[in-house]
Design a protein around this ligand. Structure first.
Ligand code: SF4
Ligand code: SF4
Length: 195
């Protein structure tokens, strides 16, 4: 069963990575724009696997919000504090301590940017998490869509080069998009396509 899933995921990933490549001479522009198409088709199946197998790292501002939301002092949260490049982060153990027994997030409204950006951020770095059952379906629908709208997508990417560049080069813009689950970019892409 797992073996069959991995073979299928591998085939679909190869199809997706092959299909988007002609969209732009810059690989990363083509990839990021194609991930916006994946997001458009992505339907989370609420299995909780990402929270179980890939618990998040939170930034300090996010942990302050969690602390206020739960009414607990930061030092009493089930998170481990660490420093990296003069910044403070907090990591959760696996499975995430905020995941409930029925696969819900107990801090959903204020969950962090890493949670909101999953799994799309992985795809933007050419990584495909194997434990997300919704990814193969979204990748396949996106690959078919890209194959059928190649010229329209080339035009849209040319009009969105600035945003696609900012995603890589401007950390403030990137964090803003992660917290909004990239929705302004998906909206803009499909507005151009539907124009
Ligand atoms: S904080 Fe919520 S969404 Fe994020 S990993 Fe934990 S349970 Fe999942
Ligand atoms: S692993 Fe994928 S389908 Fe499952 S909850 Fe996470 S995002 Fe949703």
């Amino acid at each position: 069963m797992l073996h069959a899933h991995l073979i299928r995921l591998n085939e679909i990933s190869e199809k997706f990575f092959r299909t988007f490549r002609p969209l732009h001479e810059n690989y990363w522009f083509a990839l990021r724009a194609s991930v916006l198409v994946v997001i458009h088709f992505f339907k989370c199946e609420k299995c909780g696997n990402c929270c179980r197998y890939s618990p998040p790292v939170f930034c300090e501002d996010e942990v302050i919000k969690i602390s206020e939301y739960l009414g607990l002092a930061i030092e009493n949260l089930p998170l481990e504090r660490y420093e990296f490049l003069s910044k403070t982060y907090y990591k959760a153990n696996s499975p995430c301590p905020f995941l409930t027994d029925d696969n819900k997030c107990s801090i959903y409204e204020i969950r962090g940017r890493a949670c909101r950006a999953f799994p799309h951020e992985w795809l933007m770095y050419s990584l495909v998490p194997c434990y997300c059952p919704a990814i193969p379906k979204a990748l396949e629908r996106a690959a078919d869509f890209i194959a059928n709208h190649t010229e329209d997508l080339k035009r849209a990417i040319a009009m969105m080069e600035n945003e696609l560049r900012l995603l890589a080069s401007d950390s403030k813009f990137k964090e803003q998009m992660r917290s909004l689950e990239y929705s302004p970019l998906v909206k803009k892409l499909f507005e151009i396509l539907n124009d």
